[in-house]
Design a protein around this ligand. Structure first.
Ligand code: ZN
Length: 222
């Protein structure tokens, strides 16, 4: 009888002990699960910032090309309607070299096109317009500034040997009219006969030096 009661007691104790162990085991497992569940959330949370960071560069990189294309588009679209003639007599379009982005002294960009030609070759107006300034500069030598008829573009001719006879500031010139002759004045270096030609888009036709130079090359090639 007694041994039977003891067995029952022991069985109960063992049962309780097993239950306690089982509960403790489950608590530990659930305890492990909690941090392991907490760990994954940070991972997707830390993975979602890159995801949300990736889309943000994409939209920001998409407007970026639009921004530079906008400032360049208006001048290109604008001057694309122009039909310029080559400013140096006898030079063919396929002889031109694009030197617009060439570097010059003091970190400057060329912002112009150089057209080599023999000394004294006639220089002609690329379009109709008005001579706004005849100027001798240290760099450009004997130069001409010509304003387009719509007053939006300044054509700049430099390193001239001399002006055409009768050329004066304020004179209206026609496309193809001889306005000067190729030389090596200014910083062209002696014997390096060429025309330095640039086109500037101006907001104020009286302030040609504030213009933004555009590449003459594609306009003269067409
Ligand atoms: Zn030049």
């Amino acid at each position: 009888m007694i041994s039977a009661r003891v067995r029952v007691f022991l069985a109960l104790m063992i049962g309780i002990a097993l239950l306690v162990v089982l509960v403790a085991f489950l608590q530990r497992r659930s305890g492990y699960y909690v941090p392991s569940k907490a760990d994954p959330p940070p991972t997707p949370a830390s993975a979602s910032p890159p995801d949300s960071a990736n889309p943000s560069p994409e939209p920001s990189s998409k407007p970026d090309p639009e921004i530079p294309s906008n400032p360049t588009a208006p001048p290109i679209g604008f001057v694309g309607t122009l039909k310029l003639v080559l400013p140096v007599a006898g030079v063919q379009p396929n002889q031109l070299l694009d030197t617009f982005t060439d570097s010059r002294s003091e970190g400057r960009m060329h912002d112009a096109i150089d057209i080599p030609a023999a000394q004294g070759t006639p220089v002609v107006a690329v379009a109709d317009g008005q001579i706004t300034k005849l100027f001798q500069s240290e760099r450009g030598g004997i130069t001409i500034y010509q304003l387009s008829t719509d007053q939006k573009l300044i054509f700049h001719y430099a390193h001239l040997q001399r002006y055409a006879d009768g050329l004066s500031e304020g004179k209206a010139v026609r496309q193809g009219e001889v306005i000067g002759f190729v030389g090596d004045t200014g910083n062209a270096t002696p014997g390096n006969y060429h025309l330095h030609f640039s086109i500037a888009v101006v907001s104020d036709p009286k302030r040609h030096w504030e213009g933004t130079n555009i590449n003459p090359y594609p306009l003269l090639r067409n």
